[in-house]
Design a binder for this molecule. Structure first.
Ligand code: AMP
Ligand code: GLY
Length: 423
């Protein structure tokens, strides 16, 4: 089977790696230095639907897998399907579950899915009223896509107002919502618009600094499984969040097929949805796919062709997986790029560890940094402690001037897992 993966991050490198393991003939556009070393890549604007469809026709692929949200919201999946090619990823209309936080709230309300109470604001006076109504801590969200950086959670009312003003000035609506306490879980599900197949939960570290300090980022690391999560979490999320949302989207005439990402908070009042995304999460995908022991391609093709009910349930390794993101100097505010990355072979030589590329491109003497999140280093092992040790041993072998990473990925979970037996 010939598969074209669209995108250029560590998520796409993980997808390419998993699909190759399944025996697929994989290509990628545009890819990065790491993906380029593994498979053929094609330069291309991933949000240009006509260009993606034309490339797929030219090289003759059986399936296109769209990684990032921007092409989905821009309608690339629609363009590809019009060209008669099977596509993993939702239509532009269905991708509004991620593309508009206000739309996602409306769907959740209609489907009875538990989420933070929202107020959608179009003027700064609406914003101020909503902030005072909800009280601190304040949660202020840009309605549109913002690469994980459109959300401010703060006790400082002036900062909340300033962020809202910046979003409104940028032409977006602003969503103010109830603050959700409790640990966060990312749970992905593959769906064809009717059947919903949940994957394994993961935890993402969104803040840039150790101890969850500093600004939000796209994600600085992740681990799976979650030794602290309730045993029925996946089933409960399927029953109360994922299936009702997929059913509601179908009822509206805009069925959602592809990957539905539920960002959950396990609050003192019960499970709540923090956000939906319309694609695989990054960096959670790196750890979820590291634990997948059955063919990814069957799930993706089942979703793309509406035949997911006929695909065998995924099987999972009992092993744990941890990924640590190596970010460039200045990320997330002002990433510095163009620096050589040294030590990749040494890092890949660490047992039970491997390096996935994110923002990298080929340079004269090897890969150079080309984005904020540069690498996603994965470690695996019987316990989170082992997976952590492997990932960090590999990170220590990498040299990138000015780079930074968190030192506490999976640290507290590893400390609490001693009672865990198997998966
Ligand atoms: P989002 O882009 O909606 O996922 O938000 C990014 C991050 O902001 C989330 O992962 C949470 O850590 C935080 N966040 C978003 N909404 C809330 C909320 N209602 N209460 C507390 N934290 C939130
Ligand atoms: N890791 C968060 C996201 O992919 O949105």
């Amino acid at each position: 089977m010939k598969v074209l993966v669209v995108g250029s991050g560590a998520r796409e490198h993980a997808l390419v790696t998993a699909l190759r393991k399944d025996g697929c003939d994989v290509t990628c556009a545009p890819g990065n230095a790491g993906i380029n070393a593994d498979v053929t890549t094609y330069p291309l604007d991933p949000s240009d639907g006509a260009a993606v469809a034309a490339l797929a026709q030219r090289i003759g692929v059986d399936l296109i897998v769209i990684g990032p949200e921007a092409p989905l919201v821009a309608g690339v999946a629609d363009a590809v399907r019009e060209g008669g090619i099977a596509c993993f990823g939702p239509s532009a209309q269905a991708a509004q579950l991620e593309g508009s936080k206000a739309f996602a709230k409306e769907v959740m309300l209609a489907a009875g899915v538990p989420t933070a109470r929202p107020a959608v604001c179009v003027t700064i006076d609406d914003v101020k009223r909503a902030l005072d109504d909800f009280g601190a801590p304040y949660v202020v969200k840009d309605d549109g896509l913002a690469a994980g950086k459109g959300v401010v959670v703060t006790d400082d009312r002036a900062q909340a107002v300033a962020h809202a003003r910046a979003c409104l000035d940028g032409g977006s609506r602003v969503v103010i919502e109830e603050y959700l306490d409790g640990p966060e879980v990312s749970l992905f599900a593959i769906t064809d618009g009717t059947t919903v197949v949940p994957l394994q939960p993961a935890h993402d570290f969104k803040r840039v600094g150790d101890g969850d300090t500093g600004p939000n980022t796209g994600g600085m690391g992740a681990y799976s499984p979650l030794p602290w999560a309730p045993a029925d979490l996946v089933q409960r999320t399927l029953d109360t969040v994922l299936q009702p949302t997929v059913d509601e989207m179908r009822r509206r005439g805009s069925p959602f097929s592809g990957l539905l990402y539920a960002g959950l908070a396990l609050t003192s009042k019960g499970l709540r949805v923090v956000e939906f995304n319309a694609r695989f999460g990054d960096p959670e995908t790196q750890v979820v796919l590291a634990r997948l022991n059955s063919p990814l391609v069957d799930l993706l093709m089942g979703s793309a062709t509406g035949a997911l009910a006929d695909v065998a349930a995924p099987r999972w390794s009992d092993d744990a997986a941890v990924t640590v993101v190596v970010a460039s100097e200045g990320y997330p505010e002002k990433p510095v790029t163009g620096d050589p990355i040294v030590g990749l072979a040494e890092a890949n030589a660490v047992p039970h560890a491997y390096v996935l590329h994110a923002g990298t491109k080929p340079g004269d003497k090897g890969p150079v940094s080309a984005g904020g999140r540069v690498l996603s280093v994965v470690g695996t092992g019987p316990m989170l402690t082992d997976a952590r040790a492997a990932a960090y041993a590999a990170v220590e072998r990498i040299c990138l001037r000015g780079s930074h990473h968190r030192g506490d990925i999976a640290l507290s979970a590893a400390g609490a897992e001693s009672g865990r037996i198997g998966g």
